[in-house]
Design a protein around this ligand. Structure first.
Ligand code: BYC
Length: 308
C-alpha cells in the first residue's frame, strides 16, 4: 500500500490521521490554517469579555467571567499544541497573527458596550461555537478532534452561563430587559457570520468535507444554530432583529434574512470596528510578557543543565 492509499484508507474507515502518519501537504496546510485561526480566535476572544471583568455587577458574576476568560486561554493553548503536531512552531503562528497575516473569527472585532453583551456572547457566540465545533470532535486529524472534546464541554458551560445571565436581565427591570434586547440587536447578525460564507462562496468546504476535517457545511450549521436559538429568544421574550425570520412548515426549519456580506468581508479583511485595537492589544501583551517567557526558558535550561 502506498502512503497515499493508506491515508485514503484511514479517512474512509473513519479512523484518525496521527502526527507521524503521511498526509498530503494540502491536508496539512488546511489543518494548520484552520487550527491556527481557531487558536487565535480563542486568544483574541478573551479581549471583549476581559473588558468587563473589573465591571461585573457582582462578585459571583465576576468569578464566572474570570473562569470563562481563563478557559478561552486554555482552549488557545490546546489548539496551538495541536497545530504544533503538524510541524509549525507556535511562535511562528503568533508572528503571523501579529503581522495581520493570519485571520481570527470576525465576531471578536465588535465592541462589548454593556454588561448585557457579556451574557449575549455566552448565549450566541458560544452557542454558535458549539454548533460549529461539535462536528470537529469527529475531525479526521486526531490531535484536533481530541482537543475539541474538552473545548466543547467547556463551551457548553459557557453557553449556559450566558443564557442564565440573560434570563436574570430579562426578568429584571424594564431597563435591564431593554439592555438585553439592544445586545441581541447588535450581536445577532455577527453571530450568524461566524459560520463563514455561503457554501457556494466557500473556498475550502468541499475539500475539507472530503477529508473529513469539516463534517457539516457552513450553511447547514448556520441553519442548525438559527433553529436552536429562535425558541431560546422567545423564552426570554426578546425579538430577533430579522423581519424575514419565520417558521417554514414545509422545510421544517426557520427561514431567515440575508447576511450583510459586505460587512462580513470588511471585518474579515481587517476593517471591522475593533480589528486594529484587538491586534494592537495582543502585540502589546506579547511584548510586555516577554520577561515571563525568558524567565521560563531560563528556568527550563537551568533544570536541563543540572539534570545532565
Ligand atoms: N471570521 O472557505 P471558508 C470561539 C474565512 S472561537 C473570519 O468557508 P473554512 C470562542 C476563512 O478562513 C470561534 N474569517 O473557510 C472564543 C477563509 O479564509 P482563508 C472560532 C472567516 O475554513 C472565545 C475564507 O473566509 N471558531 O469559539 O472552510 C469566546 C473562506 O471561508 C470566517 C473556529 O475557528 C469568520 N467567521 O470555514 C467564545 C472553528 N468565516 O483562510 C467563543 C474552526 C470564514 O482562505 N474553524 N472565514 O484566508 C472552522 O470551522 C472553519 O474554519 C470556518 C470557516 C467555519 C470558520
Amino acid at each position: 500500500m502506498t502512503p497515499e492509499e493508506r491515508f485514503e484508507a484511514i479517512i474512509a474507515a473513519e479512523e484518525k490521521i496521527e502526527p507521524p502518519d503521511w498526509m498530503p501537504d494540502a491536508y496539512r496546510n488546511t489543518l494548520i490554517r484552520q487550527i491556527a485561526q481557531h487558536a487565535h480566535s480563542e486568544i483574541i476572544g478573551m479581549q471583549p469579555e476581559g473588558n468587563w471583568i473589573s465591571r461585573a455587577p457582582t462578585l459571583h458574576r465576576k468569578a464566572i467571567l474570570m473562569a470563562k476568560v481563563q478557559d478561552e486561554a486554555g482552549h488557545g493553548l490546546y489548539l496551538y499544541s495541536a497545530a504544533e503536531t503538524l510541524g509549525v512552531k507556535r511562535d511562528e503562528l503568533q508572528t503571523l497573527l501579529h503581522q495581520g497575516k493570519h485571520k481570527y473569527s470576525s465576531i471578536f472585532n465588535y465592541p462589548t458596550l454593556s454588561w448585557a453583551d457579556i451574557g449575549t456572547i455566552g448565549w450566541l457566540v458560544d452557542g454558535a461555537a458549539i454548533t460549529n465545533q461539535v462536528m470537529l470532535t469527529r475531525c479526521s486529524y486526531g490531535p484536533y478532534a481530541r482537543a475539541m472534546v474538552r473545548i466543547c464541554k467547556e463551551e457548553s458551560f459557557h453557553q449556559r452561563q450566558g443564557y442564565e445571565s440573560l434570563i436574570a436581565l430579562c426578568s429584571g427591570s424594564p431597563q435591564q430587559k431593554a439592555m438585553a434586547q439592544d445586545a441581541l440587536d447588535r450581536w445577532w447578525w455577527p453571530s450568524l457570520m461566524m459560520f463563514g460564507p455561503h457554501d457556494t462562496d466557500s473556498t475550502h468546504t468541499e475539500q475539507s468535507m472530503e477529508w473529513k476535517i469539516k463534517r457539516v457545511s457552513n450553511d447547514d450549521l448556520r441553519q442548525q444554530f438559527v433553529d436552536m436559538t429562535v425558541p431560546q429568544a422567545d423564552y426570554l421574550g426578546l425579538t430577533i432583529p430579522d423581519p424575514e425570520l419565520r417558521w417554514n412548515e414545509e422545510r421544517g426549519h426557520y427561514d431567515f434574512g440575508e447576511i450583510d456580506w459586505d460587512e462580513f468581508w470588511a471585518v474579515v479583511k481587517g476593517n471591522g470596528p475593533m480589528n486594529r485595537d484587538r491586534v494592537d492589544h495582543k502585540v502589546a501583551a506579547w511584548d510586555e510578557g516577554s520577561w515571563v517567557r525568558e524567565a521560563a526558558l531560563a528556568h527550563a535550561a537551568k533544570r536541563a543543565e543540572s539534570a545532565a
